[in-house]
Each structure stands twice: as C-alpha cells, then as structure tokens.
Design a protein around this ligand. Structure first.
Ligand code: ADP
Ligand code: ZN
Length: 620
C-alpha cells in the first residue's frame, strides 16, 4: 500500500483517499474480485487505475461509452500513463498503434468496448498479452433490472471461463441489491469483496421549490452561478427551446440540447459545454450520458422528473469534483398531470401500477418538508442519523410552514366539494380568494359558502396548498377534457377534524453569497472557489482562461488539463518554482513538467503586477 500511495501522490497528485478507495485498491492488489458501488463522483476510476500502475501486467477496462473511454484515456495520458483504447469509432491508424503497443507489452491500461472484448480473435490477442485484471465499468449495464441494460454486456460472463486466473473488478453507481446480485452472478465473481459507499452527496445542496414563475425562478438560481457550468433539465423539447431562447434574450450564455435538433447542432452544443465555451445547457434528459464535466456547479430541474431514481442520476451530475454544488428541483401539479396523462395514454393503469407508484414517490419527495438529504438516502434504504444536514432548503430554514394549515386544507377540500368536483385548480383558487371573474358570476359561485374564505392568502400560496393536497393524496385529479379536482377517501378525516395536515408556504429565497475581500474560511477541508477573495478570484479566472486556451490547442476538454480545485490552489498559493508547484494537490510530476512552465509564467505575471500595485500605493 505504501508503494501505491506514493504512486498516487506522484502521478495524480492526491495525498488523501476518499471513502472505500483504500479498501478497493487493497482487495484488487491482493488478487481478489471486487464489486465497488460508489455514487457518481465518488472516485471509482482511481481504484482501478492506480493499482494498474503498481502491478506488473496489463489491466483491461470495459466501458460502455466511447466518449467516456476517450476522456479517460486522454486523461491518463495527461498523467503520463501508458493507456490506449480500442473501439469501432476510432481511426484505423490509431487502432493499429494501440494493437502494436498491446503486442509489445507496452501498455498499463487498455480500454475496450464490450462488443470487441467478446470477439474470439481479440481474446486471443489479449491472452498473448497476459492480462492480470479486468475492470467492468458501469457494471449495472449487465442487468435487466438496471436502467441501462446493454445486450453486449451479457457476453462478459464468458471472460471468467476464458481467463480463469485473472481478477475481476466491477464498479457501478447503481445501488439496488437486485442489480448487485445480478452483476455478481452474470460476471461469475468469486467470493468478491463487496464495497458499497454511502449514496449521500454531502457537497450537494438540494432545494425543492414549488414552481410559480419558471423563467423568474430559473434566473434567480442562475444569479447564484454566474460564469459557472449549469445544466437545466426540462421535460419537452418545446420547453427546452423556449427556455433557452428566454435565457439568451436576457444575456445568458445558454444553448439548447434535445433529440429533435439536427445531429451537428446537438454535437456542437455539447462540445461547447464541454470546452467551457458555454456555461448553461438547457436540455431534455437526452443530455447527460457521456457528460463527464466534473465542475458542473448546478443542476436545475425546471420540471419534476418521473422517478426518484431518475432524479438522483440527473442531479448527480452536479459537483463530481467534490466541490460544493447546488441541485434545484422546481415541481408543480402540472408536471404530475403531464406524466400521469402520458402513462394513462399507454393503457389501463391503477394506482398500484409501478410507473404511477414511482411518480407518486418523486412527487411526495419533492413536495415534502423533511431534510432532502435524508429523504433521498432513505428512499434507497440507507440509514440516516444526522439531525441537520446543513445543505438543503429545509435544514437551512428556507421552507416556511403555512400557519393554520389544517384549517386551510379544510377550506380547500370543502370548496372542491361545493363546486361539485367539476372544476380545476385555477377556478378553485379564484373561488377561495373571492375573485370577480366572468366564470364565477356565470356559475353563481360567488354565492357559495366557501367564496372568499381564503381572501387573505395570495394566489401562489393557495395554488401551492392545492398542489400539496394532491401530492399527499387528499385530492385526486380526474382526467376528462380538462383536469378537475376530486375528493379522495383520505380527505374524510381532515374534513371531520380528525386529522391534522402540514402544508408549506412559498419558499424564501436563499441568502445571496457575497465574495469576501480577502481569501479565507472553508474550515479544515480543501479550499474551493467560494473561499477565494476578490484578488485571488481574478487570478483564478485568468488561470481558467489559460486552461481553456491550452485545452483548445490540444483539442481536449479543459477539465482534463487541471481540475478547478487545482486552479483554486494555484490562485491561493501562487507557486513560483517547480518544487512549490509539485506541492499543489492534483499536480504530479508529469503535469508539472508538461504544464508547469506556462502556468508558472502566468503566475509570475500576477506577482509582478501585485508588486507594481504595491509600489504605486506606497505599501511594502
Ligand atoms: P466516478 O467514476 O466514481 O464517478 P471519478 O473517478 O470520475 O468518479 O472521480 C471524480 C473526481 O474525483 C475526478 O475528478 C477525480 O480525479 C477525483 N478524485 C478521485 N479520487 C480522488 C482523491 N483521492 N483525492 C482527490 N480527488 C480525487
Ligand atoms: Zn437537510
């Protein structure tokens, strides 16, 4: 292990390990089979890459996505590791040079697509190269129960027969036991060391807000992420196009992404995001697979997704680098309605249909008022003991409860009864608030006993209360020509005063952060961009420009040059020598040699400027 730690520090520039990384590496170096389950951003790659460098022989990595494969190989080469890939999308010259390296035994890591790995001819070439370990990345793709089943992954079970002495290393971010046992069985893992990490992502701050004015709410969130990478998810292509256009009109550097765009536009927009030429992508869920940008600072759902699993996967694209990031979910009764009618169109369904159950779950989760970290983690069967997470809108005190919620609920429920369960939410809101509309006069609803009962509340609060009563199952939505509100049996005890109801008031906007004049704070952990004072922030932004410049010269995404966190440390410490450079986390020998001169030069310019400033101000 000490050799391994030294290698990790020298090559990758990391001096500490993340949870379960040590256990996983120890087990695989001992020749054991390993099943490693860590959430996105948990640091799975290091667990098989670092052992591959200290152990003699070749490590073969199976990866389902060519774009991810290319990123990983480019990244490894940047660290000076002998890595190559073989897949159908690469040009023939590149492929044959990979084969040459393989035959000559020059490689430490070889990435291959699953369909290639199971070819007999390829297996013979591999056998001659004496592989010592196989890594199956995204191992859940082997299971029918996973959400990304791939037929060619099924064939990987044959590896064990063909290479009985080689150890297997499977990793995934999918948590369910059913998928895990399927992976063990299909791959033929032997007495595998199974390591399952926590699914909590402490660096993510969750905010689940009722949607009132989409464009305004989105802009409010974006104002907290000026110049940072943000992914906005919407349900329909038309929502994507409209929101992207709205944002562009307000000067936000945003691009759309969905399956309806011409291929080349879609590709160009994705590339622009990866290359940091655009900050904000507005997308349908088609955007995400293969997006490895680690410094996404915010994932904003402009509509509620269709299951908690989907939410966790999509929001998990924020903060993969471990630095603070925000996940905002805007939910509304309209989304629920939209999904319900999609499901209903596909045949006969009752409330116990799995798709509807999943929808109810995510809707309850979104509209609930308990700690977001707690509700996500316990949804996946993990225990949660913290009283306060300090990183969600509930624990941060941004979600006020509605006063007299039970009485308000009773008024709403009786109004639905009085309008004979024949009207939708908007009309019920009008009646309760005592509005003077043509429809109310025509229907004589100004004569109802519930007319004007909630005139002291604003429209948003009443609408939100109704949405919550639907989410909690007291009200149903009957789907005729127009969706109408109907009482469900659960409403009885509330109307009879036998049961209390808790409802939320519209959220308070979070406190806006202000950059400090001087760097500091952050406590014991690594400093992040938030800890930079104004002066250091300027240097950080300048180093970011340099990173972008080098990345575009080399045709790779900027994050493969240096992580944000490394730039933060450079801006804070401003090393002036090679030795000082190597003390920065994330800079190993190879990166120091390769990129050091240009970054040192840039830092020296800042040092000279600072000197000149100090002199003109007469400060020593
Ligand atoms: P996963 O594959 O589990 O989603 P990655 O392997 O892509 O996660 O790692 C996420 C990020 O964390 C990468 O930028 C990686 O360089 C970084 N990382 C991994 N291990 C460490 C560590 N021990 N210390 C610091 N950063 C790490
Ligand atoms: Zn919380």
């Amino acid at each position: 292990m000490s050799e391994l730690r030294a290698t990790i520090s020298r090559v990758f520039g990391f001096d500490t390990l993340r949870p379960l990384q040590e256990e996983a590496m120890e087990a695989t170096l001992a020749g054991r089979d390993v099943l490693l389950v860590l959430p996105t951003g948990g640091g799975k790659s290091l667990c098989f890459q670092a052992p591959a460098l200290v152990r003699a022989g070749l490590t073969v990595v199976v990866s389902p996505l060519i774009s991810l494969m290319k990123d990983q190989v480019d990244g490894l080469r940047g660290y000076g590791v002998a890595a190559a890939m073989v897949n159908s999308a690469q040009d023939p010259a590149e492929r044959s040079s990979a084969f040459d390296a393989l035959r000559q035994g020059d490689l430490e890591l070889l990435y291959v697509a699953p369909e290639r790995l199971v070819m007999d001819g390829f297996q013979a070439t591999l056998a001659a190269a004496n592989p010592v370990a196989f890594v199956v990345d995204e191992a859940h793709c082997i299971s029918h129960w996973g959400h990304d089943f791939r037929a060619d992954y099924r064939q990987l079970g044959r590896l064990r027969e063909r290479f009985p002495g080689v150890s297997l290393f499977a990793c995934t971010a999918t948590a369910t036991e059913r998928v895990r046992s399927d992976v063990r069985e299909q791959l033929g893992l032997r007495d595998a060391v199974e390591l399952v990490g926590s699914f909590d992502r402490p660096n993510l701050t969750y905010r689940f807000l009722p949607r009132s004015d989409r464009a305004r709410q989105v802009l409010q969130v974006l104002s907290r992420h000026d110049g940072e990478a943000v992914i906005i998810y919407a349900l329909r292509r038309t929502d994507v196009d409209k929101l992207a256009a709205d944002l562009q009109a307000r000067g936000v550097n945003a691009l759309p992404y969905h399956a309806g765009l011409p291929d080349e536009d879609r590709k160009r927009n994705q590339e622009a995001f990866l290359r940091e030429e655009c900050d904000v992508v507005v997308a349908t869920v088609a955007f995400g697979m293969g997006i490895d940008r680690p410094d996404v600072r915010c994932v904003l759902h402009a509509s509620c997704p269709k299951s908690v699993e989907h939410y966790l996967q999509e929001s998990g694209r924020a903060g993969r680098d471990g630095d603070p990031a925000e996940c905002v979910l805007l939910w509304s009764g309209a989304d629920y309605q939209g999904w319900r009618s999609l499901i209903d169109q596909s045949g006969q369904h009752d409330d116990h249909d799995p798709a509807i159950e999943r929808l109810n779950e995510v809707y309850r989760l979104a509209s609930g008022a308990s700690c977001r970290h707690r509700s996500l983690v316990t949804h996946f069967g993990e225990a949660w003991t913290k009283e306060q997470c300090g990183a969600c809108d509930v624990c941060l005190g941004e979600v006020p409860e509605l006063e007299d919620a039970t009485v308000i609920a009773q008024k709403i429920l009786s109004c639905v009864h009085r309008v004979r369960q024949k009207f939708g939410a908007a009309h019920v809101v009008d009646v309760l608030r005592g509005a003077d509309t043509e429809k109310i006069r025509r229907m004589g609803h100004d004569q109802l006993s519930t007319y004007g009962l909630l005139s002291d509340l604003d429209q948003t609060s009443v609408r939100l209360a109704i949405d919550q009563l639907v989410a909690k199952g007291y009200l149903g939505v009957a789907d005729g020509k127009f969706p109408t509100l109907a009482l469900r049996a659960e409403a009885g005890p509330v109307l009879r005063g036998e049961q209390d109801v808790m409802l939320l008031a519209p959220p308070r906007p979070p406190q806006k952060k202000r950059r400090r004049a001087v760097s500091g704070g952050g406590g014991g952990s690594d400093p992040t961009k938030e800890d930079l004072g104004v002066g250091d922030f300027v240097v950080f932004e300048d180093l970011r420009d340099l990173r972008r410049e080098i990345a575009s010269e080399r045709g790779v995404p900027p994050y493969l040059i240096f992580a944000d966190r490394t730039l933060v440390l450079l801006a804070l410490h401003r090393p002036q020598t090679d030795g000082a450079l190597l003390d920065i986390k994330g800079i190993g020998e190879r990166k120091a040699a390769d990129l050091g001169p240009r970054f040192l030069e840039r830092l020296r310019e800042h040092a000279t400027e600072a000197q000149a400033d100090a002199e003109t101000e007469g400060v020593d």
